[in-house]
Design a protein around this ligand. Structure first.
Ligand SMILES: Cc1cc2nc3c(=O)[nH]c(=O)nc-3n(C[C@H](O)[C@H](O)[C@H](O)COP(=O)(O)OP(=O)(O)OC[C@H]3O[C@@H](n4cnc5c(N)ncnc54)[C@H](O)[C@@H]3O)c2cc1C
Length: 521
């Protein structure tokens, strides 16, 4: 429904009600900034949502949410929701995942990665005897990296001298990949293979993944565990929407914003389906390539920004292909014990990633999830809810013709179901009551991301999270406008998008306060 015609003027307009947009809007409204969200769909959340097929409610994205932590020792995400007074029913994921496939030397691998640093160190010692001390050293390095990154992220101004003194090891490993650091720490290859199974969460192989990013992620999963909300990620997004409204914020749903408006080189408003809206600042929960390529006049984009965008465009992060199924049997009847099973051709992530990018026929990677293992109420009694997810390659999806789409996605789903049976013995044949297949085309359509990427640009090499964090002042030169979300300085994933929204809102709020102080003078 269109909002009533009136003079529409806000401090900030947030385009997109994804994870980053919702948290940013709440933070701004809390800081006293009159904020409007415009969202093209009829419900909040972006990836963090749900839809219904028959008697099943399906979460389109979330497998594991990091940084929730236990009630007694809350992580950043739990604190965020608790501080807002939002009562989320969190379900704990006991083990991180089971990894089934082959070690890089070709021998069979079947390892369950437990949650908890001591548990992982013990598991590693039992699988690769003699690694305890090295693993303890690795975790000490994770701790230093995490503290160091907090130091840099919390400030727009920092002291390199202070960082060298307190985070010297982080400064040494800072620019290196996981592969290089693991080798430098003289970890045995089998131990590296096991640690490498985490690569898919960031969608970057270990030869390119920043060690800092990996350290932050694995430390969080180990020390804080992983969680899912009992009522799908829709529960999170509607709770945030309610909170935003309670704080006096306004949301317009079913309202696309095609472009930003400028005056004297700075944002002065947002064009929306319901007319132009004035604002002093705009946040775009939209992929940067769309923002700078389609939503901003060419003359506004500085040459540095154009070069940065062009360089990033070469590497979109993960595009997903996922098959959700409601089954007419219980998990016990199918012999399902694990919440999440990673199936891989090889623990050599570089080989695996190359296979994925070459196309579906050479892709050996997929993740099976059975939601009922963590949340017995995930589906009606006598049923269970499962998904199989893999990465989609542009080689398959970009040239695909519309008339071949339905056939091709169905064939891919059938292959994944067959591979599940071959890898784990779990046979879904004859039990699929509901099925929904989401492809890179689906994500492109519903989120508006280029090529259906859901992780923004790949966080690797010169564009990893440390360089994004350190360049936070330079990388956003368009006055009054900042893209936010999975493509931002914190990288992809729910927790990263929330934190990015909070960080950017804080920067914007201070900038607006500074402008007001300037006006008063
Ligand atoms: C299959 C799958 C599995 C995943 N698994 C996990 C997981 O287990 N754990 C995890 O942490 N992360 C996971 N992720 C990643 C995670 O979902 C995303 O990184 C994160 O949710 C992205 O949030 P975002 O804020 O960037 O916004 P998005 O979710 O991309 O939302 C952007 C919003 O902006 C709106 N929008 C865009 N353009 C416009 C416009 N012009 N006008 C108005 N509105 C607009 C869109 O409609 C959308 O609502 C998964 C993703 C997928 C797809």
């Amino acid at each position: 429904m269109a909002p009533e015609k009136q003079i529409r003027e806000y401090d900030v307009v947030v385009v997109g009600a994804g994870n980053a947009g919702l948290i940013a809007a709440i933070s701004l409204q809390k800081a006293g900034k009159k904020t409007l969200i415009v969202e093209q769909h009829n419900l909040p959340g972006g990836c963090a949502s749900s839809y219904v097929r028959g008697r099943f409610e399906i979460d389109p994205s979330l497998h594991e949410l990091a940084s929730v932590g236990r009630p007694a020792n809350p992580g950043a995400v739990r604190k965020m929701f608790d501080d807002l007074g939002l009562d989320i029913k969190w379900c704990n994921v006991k083990d991180c995942f089971r990894a089934v496939g082959k070690y890089s030397d070709g021998t069979p691998m079947d390892v369950t990665i437990p949650s908890g640093r001591q548990e992982l160190i013990n598991t590693m010692e039992s699988l690769v005897p003699g690694t305890r001390k090295k693993m303890e050293k690795l975790f000490r390095l994770f701790d230093e990296v995490s503290d160091g990154l907090d130091y840099f992220s919390d400030k727009t101004e920092y002291s390199i001298k202070y960082a060298v003194k307190h985070f010297s090891n982080m400064m040494i490993v800072g620019s290196h990949s996981c592969k290089t650091v693991f080798k430098a720490l003289l970890l045995p290859q089998k131990c590296i293979d096991i640690l490498s199974t985490y690569w898919s969460y960031l969608g970057v192989d270990m030869g390119h993944m920043s060690f800092l990013h990996y350290a932050m992620m694995v430390r969080s999963y180990m020390d804080e565990g992983a969680y899912i909300p009992m009522f799908t990620s829709h529960e999170l997004s509607v709770a945030l929407e309610d909170k935003f409204r309670e704080l006096g914020g306004e949301i317009w749903f079913h309202c696309r914003a095609p472009s930003f408006l400028f005056e004297n080189g700075a944002v002065c408003g947002v064009r929306t389906m319901y007319g132009d809206v004035k604002c002093r600042y705009a946040l775009a929960n939209v992929n940067e390539d769309i923002v700078y390529g389609k939503m901003v006049p060419k003359e506004i984009v500085t040459s540095r920004l154009r070069r940065l965008s062009n360089a990033r465009k070469q590497k979109y992060g993960a595009r997903m292909f996922t098959v959700h199924m409601g089954l007419d049997v219980t998990k016990e009847e199918l012999g399902i014990k694990d919440y999440s099973v990673f199936m891989m051709g090889s623990a050599d992530s570089e080989k695996e990633y190359k296979g994925i990018m070459k196309g579906f026929d050479s892709n050996e990677f997929s993740i099976f999830v059975c939601y009922n293992v963590v949340n017995p109420k995930a589906s009606p009694e006598g049923t269970c809810l499962v998904s199989i997810t893999t990465f989609g390659s542009p080689v398959d999806w970009n040239p695909l013709k519309a008339e071949d789409y339905a056939r091709y996605k169905t064939e891919c789903a059938q292959v994944l179901i067959r591979k599940l049976r071959e890898n784990t013995g779990i046979d879904l044949e004859g039990h699929v009551e509901e099925i929904a297949i989401a492809t890179p085309w689906t994500f492109a359509r519903y989120l508006g991301t280029p090529e259906g990427c859901v992780y923004g640009h790949e966080t690797s090499g010169w564009d990893d999270i440390i360089s994004r964090t350190l360049q936070i002042n330079k990388d956003y030169p368009v006055k009054g406008l900042r893209p936010i979300g999975a493509g931002g300085p914190r990288g992809d994933g729910y927790s990263s998008a929330y934190m990015c929204g909070e960080l950017m809102a804080d920067i914007v709020s201070k900038e607006l306060d500074g402008m007001e102080a300037g006006d008063e003078k």
